[in-house]
Design a protein around this ligand. Structure first.
Ligand code: DLL
Length: 434
C-alpha cells in the first residue's frame, strides 16, 4: 500500500476523520467563495452548525450548470496568486469547466494517483508509459505526477502515434501502459494487423491502467486476452480532482475510493434522496482537503453503487462498482432505458465480431430507432461462405433478449468505425441534431 495509515484505516476512524475534514471543507468554501456563501445562505445552512455526517443532506448540490454560470474562476476559493495549475473538464460543447489547483492540491493529486498505481502492485521498479492526453485534460499530468511520486520510471508519451508508442514500450521495457480502454483495444488491433512485421507486442508489458470512459467486464476480458496483460480500472473526474478518485486493486472487484480525501454519497437522480450503502444511483462527491477548487456535493451524473467488504488486499476504503454509464448518456429508446455499456456487454460476448462499435440513434416520425454498427473480423468479412445475415440476426436477437428492444445491426468492415486517441464517442444521437 502506498499510504497504509489511510488506505487501511478502520471504518470508525475514517468516519471521524471525514467529519473533521468536512467541517473544514464546508467552512473553507463558505468563507472564501461567494457562490457557496450565497447558496448555503439561501438554503439556510450554516457550516458552523455542521455536527454530523448526516447533516450533509442539508447542503445544496453543486451541478455542472453552476460551474458553467460561474465560468471561469467563480468557484475558486483561494486568491488567484495561490493557484499553480489549471485543467479543464472534457466538456463536449461550449465552454469547458476550469479547475484550479494550489501547491497542496497538486501534492494531493500526486498522492491519490500514487496510491492508485500502487494498488495493483506497480512500484519503483516499474516503467509506466502514459498515453493519456497531456495538457488541459487531467489524465496525462495527473497519472504522471502519481507515477513519479511512486518512484516509477515515467514516460510521458501522450496520446496518438501508435507505432512510436509501441516502439517506446518495446525499447524501454515498459511494464504498464496508462490509456483509455478504447486506445488499449486500438493498440491490440494495430499489433494484430502487423503480424509478420517487426512491430510486435512488447514482451515486458504486464498491465494497463484504464479509465476516463466506461468499459465493461467483457471489454476487460477482450483487452486482457488480446494484449496478454492484466487491466485495471481507474476512475476520476476533473471537477473533483482528475484521475485517482478511485482505483481497482489486484482483486479487480470494485474500485477503492479514497475516502479520507473525498466524501461520496449515492442519490436517486430523480428524487435527489440519499440512498443507502449498496444501492445504485448517481454518485455525488464532496472534496475533504482541496483548497483551490473545493467541490461540495457535486453531482457527477455517473451511475454506480458503494459497498463495503473485507478486501483481500487489506484496504478498508469503501468500494465503488465499475461505472456503468452516466445519467446523460443513458438512452431512452421507446421508453426503455439503455446504457451503451449494456450494448457493449452483449456485443463482446459474440464470436467473430470486433469490439469496435457505434450506436446511432435516430427518430423516424415519433419512433426512436437504434442502429448499431459493429466491425466484423476481417476473415469473416472476406469469406464468401460465411453467412453475415445469420450473424447480424443473431446479434439482434441477443440484444432483444437483453434489452427488450429491436435494434438494427449493420456489420461493417474492420477500421470503419473512427478510432479515438482519447475518449471514444460510442453514441451518435441524431435526435439531438435535428
Ligand atoms: O476523465 C479523469 C480521468 C483521466 C479518469 C484518466 C481516469 C483516467 P473528465 O475528463 O473530467 O476526467 O471526465 C470525467 O469520465 O464523470 C465519468 O463519466 C468518466 N470516467 C472517468 N473514469 C471512468 C472510469 C477524467 N474508470 C468523466 N469508468 C466521469 C467509467 C469514467 N467512466
Amino acid at each position: 500500500m502506498f499510504n497504509k495509515e489511510f488506505e487501511a484505516m478502520p471504518e470508525k476512524k475514517i468516519r471521524d476523520l471525514q467529519l473533521e475534514r468536512l467541517k473544514w471543507s464546508l467552512k473553507h468554501a463558505y468563507s472564501n467563495n461567494s457562490f457557496y456563501k450565497k447558496t448555503f445562505d439561501r438554503a439556510g445552512f450554516n457550516p458552523d452548525r455542521f455536527k454530523s455526517l448526516s447533516d450533509l443532506k442539508n447542503v445544496p448540490f453543486l451541478t455542472k450548470d453552476d460551474m458553467r454560470d460561474n465560468y471561469p474562476f467563480g468557484l475558486f476559493a483561494v486568491p488567484r496568486s495561490e493557484i499553480v495549475r489549471i485543467h479543464t473538464s472534457s466538456g463536449t460543447t461550449g465552454k469547458p469547466t476550469i479547475v484550479g489547483y494550489t501547491k497542496n492540491d497538486i501534492a494531493l493529486f500526486a498522492e491519490a494517483n500514487a496510491r492508485a498505481l500502487a494498488s495493483f502492485g506497480a512500484g519503483k521498479n516499474d516503467t509506466i508509459q502514459i498515453a493519456y492526453g497531456y495538457g488541459l485534460f487531467t489524465g496525462g499530468l495527473g497519472i504522471h505526477y502519481g507515477s513519479e511520486k511512486l518512484g516509477a520510471m515515467t514516460i510521458p508519451a501522450g496520446s496518438g502515434n501508435m507505432e512510436r508508442q509501441i516502439m517506446m514500450m518495446e525499447d524501454l521495457e515498459v511494464t504498464y501502459i496508462a490509456c483509455t480502454p478504447s486506445y488499449a483495444l486500438s493498440i491490440a488491433g494495430y499489433l494484430e494487423g502487423k503480424k509478420g512485421s517487426n512491430v510486435k507486442r512488447p514482451g515486458s508489458l504486464k498491465g494497463a491502467i484504464l479509465g476516463a470512459e466506461p468499459w465493461t467486464e467483457n471489454m476487460r476480458k477482450e483487452i486482457e486476452s488480446r494484449l496478454r496483460i492484466s487491466a485495471y480500472d481507474i476512475y476520476g473526474l476533473s471537477e473533483v480532482l482528475g484521475p485517482g478518485v478511485a482505483c481497482e486493486c489486484s482483486e479487480k472487484s470494485g474500485l477503492h475510493l479514497y475516502e479520507d480525501l473525498f466524501y461520496a454519497e449515492i442519490i436517486d437522480p430523480d428524487t435527489l434522496e440519499v440512498l443507502r450503502e449498496g444501492e445504485k444511483g448517481e454518485i455525488v462527491f464532496t472534496t475533504l482537503t482541496k483548497e483551490g477548487f473545493p467541490s461540495i456535493r457535486y453531482r457527477s451524473k455517473d451511475i454506480t453503487r458503494l459497498y463495503r467488504e473485507n478486501c483481500r488486499c487489506g484496504r478498508t476504503m469503501v468500494k465503488m462498482e465499475k461505472v456503468a454509464g452516466r445519467t446523460d448518456n443513458m438512452l431512452i429508446i421507446r421508453g426503455v432505458n439503455v446504457f451503451p455499456s449494456q450494448i457493449e456487454s452483449v456485443l463482446l460476448g459474440i464470436d467473430g465480431i470486433d469490439p469496435f462499435y457505434q450506436i446511432l440513434v435516430d427518430r423516424k416520425g415519433a419512433m426512436d430507432e437504434v442502429e448499431v454498427q459493429v466491425e466484423v473480423d476481417e476473415k469473416i468479412f472476406t469469406d464468401d461462405s460465411y453467412d453475415l445475415n445469420e450473424l447480424s440476426a443473431r446479434i439482434a436477437e441477443k440484444l432483444k433478449a437483453a434489452l427488450g428492444i429491436v435494434i438494427k445491426i449493420s456489420l461493417v468492415e474492420a477500421m470503419t468505425i473512427p478510432r479515438s486517441e482519447g475518449k471514444a464517442a460510442r453514441v451518435v444521437d441524431r435526435r439531438k441534431i435535428i
